[in-house]
Design a binder for this molecule. Structure first.
Ligand code: DAT
Length: 180
């Protein structure tokens, strides 16, 4: 029997993920502009729409309420054309995304970028370790098909420009749907 599927999206949904400081927000913004996608910064949604269970003082962040985030985003994702930026990726429905970009950076870059943002030492350390342990990449590989996960280095401005070009190329010429 044939499993019914939703109609294909007119435009792909892209997820840009990675440890804080890898360049997600900057990259997602450039991709959204260049490819005509709408940018969804999940961290801002969480804050603005209260999709959390209070504040975590130790790490200066909100306790994410994953169910609330998914409910809030479901409708906007359905139409396609979204460029989503978040530092964790395993709780989103797999069907939402056509491409999952995992940005990677050397730990000294993560350190400098997060220190520049005024993060506390324990939060910087936690994120540096997260990058060393490739937590987000493993999560992406466990949660999405291997052929839609794209790991990209984000150490230099040249890296960033090349990454934006690659992602925009995907949006403009998505690979043909694999036959069943
Ligand atoms: P994220 O959203 O992953 O936390 P960001 O886009 O806010 O990261 O970037 C953090 C800072 O680092 C910001 O000042 C821009 C800079 N940056 C990010 N990626 C970079 C890159 N590939 N080359 C140079 N600077 C970069």
């Amino acid at each position: 029997s044939v499993v019914p599927t939703s109609p294909p999206r007119s435009s792909p949904n892209i997820l840009v993920t990675g440890t804080p400081g890898t360049g997600k927000t900057t990259t997602a913004e450039m991709v959204a502009l260049a490819a005509g996608l709408e940018k969804v910064t999940v961290g801002e949604l969480v804050k603005e729409r209260g999709l959390h269970d209070g504040y975590n003082d130790e790490f200066d962040t909100y306790w994410l309420n994953e169910d609330k985030v998914v409910d809030e985003m479901e409708e906007m994702m359905a139409g396609g054309g979204m460029c989503v930026d978040f530092h964790t990726c395993g709780f989103f429905p797999e069907r939402w995304f056509d491409l999952v970009v995992v940005l990677r950076a050397e730990t000294n870059n993560i350190y400098d970028r997060l220190e520049g943002r005024g993060y506390k030492q324990n939060k910087i350390q936690e994120n540096v370790e997260c990058e060393i342990m490739q937590v987000v990449l493993d999560e992406a590989r466990e949660s999405y098909k291997a052929d839609i996960v794209m790991e990209l280095p984000s150490n230099t401005v040249e890296d960033m420009e090349a990454n934006v070009d690659k992602i925009v190329a995907f949006v403009e010429h998505p690979p043909a749907e694999a036959s069943p």
